[in-house]
Write a protein that binds this ligand. Structure first.
Ligand code: C5P
Length: 210
């Protein structure tokens, strides 16, 4: 099973690079952030508070999640757009700090990789926890300004300062949590994507593949 793990903070370019790399290698692609967002969406949809750990952990097990390049479906509801909205974005790092949710997502991610024969998988703990055996581990970063600008372009109804503050808060929660925090795995190669083109970065990664 050939897994390429791509981790890093919000706005580092993980999704763009992971999709482009998967296309070049003809491998499948999994966005694990979308899985955590989908569980968060399900909780909000059912009126469950994101910090009700036991209830949310049970929900993570019971909910029907379909995350693929076609979109994100939660119990059959198309949540592709809503999982990127401000409500889910604000709550997702609380849901992701829940160890029961993480255990279930890890199980689903490993199952996905088994079914797909590996793939390009992006998230926060993919190389460090979920697939320590990955053939290549990358940790993408970019300057805080670049990361905030990228997100600001995607959510144009918020002010730049609001987007920058929200990203900083989410990164701090992802880095500071007890279970599987965002961190640079020792075996990961760091790539700074600030001011670099997608093609240039994908070329560099292709050259690193064993
Ligand atoms: O990648 P994205 O920004 O969509 O991820 C949303 C959130 O999901 C992150 O801020 C983090 O809290 C959580 N996440 C995680 N572990 C992963 C992927 C995402 O905790 N492997």
């Amino acid at each position: 099973m050939r897994v390429i793990a791509i981790d890093g903070p919000a706005g580092a370019g993980k999704s763009t690079i992971a999709k482009a790399l998967a296309a070049r290698l003809e491998l499948d692609y999994l966005d694990t952030g979308a899985q955590y967002r989908a569980v968060t969406f399900a909780a909000i949809h059912r009126g469950i508070e994101p910090d009700e750990d036991e209830v949310v952990a049970r929900l993570a097990k019971d909910v029907d999640l379909d995350v693929s390049e076609r979109g994100v479906f939660v119990d059959g509801i198309d949540a592709t757009l809503e999982i990127r909205g401000p409500e889910v974005t604000r709550a997702v790092s609380v849901v992701a700090a829940n160890p029961g949710v993480r255990a279930e997502m890890r199980r689903r991610q490993r199952e996905w990789a088994g079914v797909h024969g590996g793939g390009v998988i992006e998230g926060r703990d993919i190389g460090s926890v979920v697939f320590p055996e990955a053939v290549l581990k990358l940790y993408l970063t970019a300057s805080p300004e670049t990361r905030a600008q990228r997100r600001h372009k995607e959510v144009s109804d918020l002010k730049y300062e609001e987007v920058a503050a929200a990203i900083a808060e989410r990164d701090a929660r992802d880095q500071g949590r007890e279970h599987a925090p965002l961190r640079q795995d020792d075996g990961a190669t760091v790539i700074d994507t600030t001011d670099r083109s997608v093609d240039d970065i994908v070329d560099e990664i292709m050259g690193m593949l064993p």
